[in-house]
Design a protein around this ligand. Structure first.
Ligand code: NAI
Ligand code: AKG
Length: 399
């Protein structure tokens, strides 16, 4: 079985990084695999690369003892049970801003197209109608853009929209630095009531599930446009369907869906198909040549650095230890339960086996601690077996 398994058509730049680092045992898949097939594909894999469609749940992670790290070649990591991965000593990496600009540009384009009613007009011309009316068509200039989630994408979009002359307001659960003339709205309800275009840029997960539901849609300014390029679970699709049909929502653009097709030939199952004032795109917010090449390189580099030196800088679920040159002969990566005396137990065990510590760094986070130890001398299989068998150990690797 391959040491590295990459799903979902990850850009070839990733393979270049792995092979340049001497990691050549790589299996690639052009799409996500059905859950019945994924275990066989991953058996024995040490590094796994996915995008948004491959789900790594607690059960699957638990059945992959060889797995050392996961790379999400995207921003979102909600498709991985990152807590279970952490508890098994598996760091998860992502590319936190390599596709930010691509998403912001698509959203801005969709806002303009929907304000001008282009999706319906495009369809009418294709059908032979030359309907040159200005009814319901507006400039973006002077309109209010409401951004829900003022993180990397939301704030990037904020500056682009202001350069078009839009008034920008935002709602975030954390205090955020307003860029340019953007201002925080008093609440989500307040944002919805004021905005001509509402766009969602929050993470997926339980806390954001259906935050745009029937009640939120009813509180939205009548005829406003809704754009969702975050995660499909953020919008209640049945409620949106009803709001579009009643005219409460004047147009919508959705790039993400509660359940997304796993491959090219699987159709999207959604009541929104066929509505002409709704733009549906196949989760391509971050899919540009520029972003995919950068993401391929960035995440592969993080995986290689972890695999070869143990650094967890940038991991989303793990104590972060930055890169440091190896000081000794061998380097031990030890993940343990975060209990008093854990480091002492590890060091005693090394001393019992005559290993001198050249340098050692510890970081803890929640339930686990992570120690990188450079030692003089060879680390025998006996020492590794003793380390792995110790009651505090979650996992231990030698690099
Ligand atoms: N369609 C696509 O292809 C892509 C989609 N995404 C999605 O976009 C999301 C956002 O990306 P970034 O801006 O890079 O993330 P980010 O982490 O920089 O920003 C997210 C923001 O949402 C805020 N937030 C969290 N819960 C909230 C709530 N309930 N209400 C209001 N604000 C809330 C956070 O405080 C944070 O400021 C990602 O998590 C990912 O799911 C990202 C890239 C591509
Ligand atoms: O490109 C992808 O597969 C996923 C993009 C995305 O949603 C993300 O980066 O979070």
């Amino acid at each position: 079985m391959a040491q590295i398994v990459l799903f979902e058509n990850i850009h070839p730049s990733a393979r270049e990084v792995f092979t340049a680092a001497g990691l050549t045992d790589i299996a690639t898949y052009s799409s996500a695999l059905p859950s019945a097939e994924i275990f066989d594909a991953l058996r024995g894999a040490e590094l796994v690369g996915i995008r948004s469609r491959t789900h790594l749940d607690a059960d699957l992670i638990g059945r992959l003892p060889a797995l050392r790290a996961v790379g999400c070649f995207c921003i979102g990591t909600n498709q991985v049970d990152v807590n279970s991965a952490m508890l098994r000593g598996v760091p998860v990496f992502n590319a936190p801003f390599s596709n930010t600009r691509s998403v912001a540009e698509l959203v801005l384009a969709e806002a303009i197209l929907l304000l001008r009613r282009v999706p319906e007009k495009n369809n009418r011309v294709h059908l032979g109608h030359w309907d040159k009316s200005a009814a319901g068509a507006f400039e973006a200039r002077g309109k209010t853009l409401g951004i829900v989630g003022y993180g990397n994408i939301g704030s990037q979009l904020s500056t682009l929209a202001e350069s078009l002359g839009m008034r920008v307001i935002y709602h975030d659960v954390e205090a955020k630095l307003p860029l340019g003339n953007a201002r925080p709205a008093g609440s989500l309800q307040d944002l919805l009531a004021q905005s001509d275009v509402v766009t969602l840029h929050v993470p997926g997960g339980k806390a954001t599930e259906n935050i745009i539901n029937a009640q939120a849609l009813a509180a939205t300014k009548r005829g406003a446009i809704l754009i969702n390029a975050s995660r499909g679970t953020v919008v209640d699709i049945a409620a949106l369907h009803a709001a579009v049909q009643s005219g409460q929502i004047g147009g919508a653009a959705l790039d993400v869906f509660p359940t997304e097709p796993k491959s090219v030939d699987e159709p999207l199952d959604s009541p929104l198909r066929g509505l002409l004032n709704v733009i549906l795109t196949p989760h391509i917010g971050g899919s540009t040549q520029e972003s995919q090449e950068n993401i391929g390189r960035e995440v592969a580099e993080k995986l290689v650095r972890f695999f070869q030196s143990g650094t967890t800088k940038g991991a989303v679920n793990f104590p972060e230890l930055p890169y440091q040159d190896a000081g000794g002969n061998r380097r031990l990566l030890h993940v343990h339960r975060n209990l008093p005396g854990a480091l002492g137990s590890l060091d005693n065990l090394l001393a019992e086996h005559g290993l001198n510590i050249v340098s050692q760094r510890l970081q803890t986070q929640g339930e686990i601690g992570y120690v990188i130890t450079d030692v003089d001398g060879e680390v025998s299989d006996i020492v590794m077996a003793a380390l792995r068998a110790h009651p505090i150990t979650v996992r231990c690797d030698l690099v």
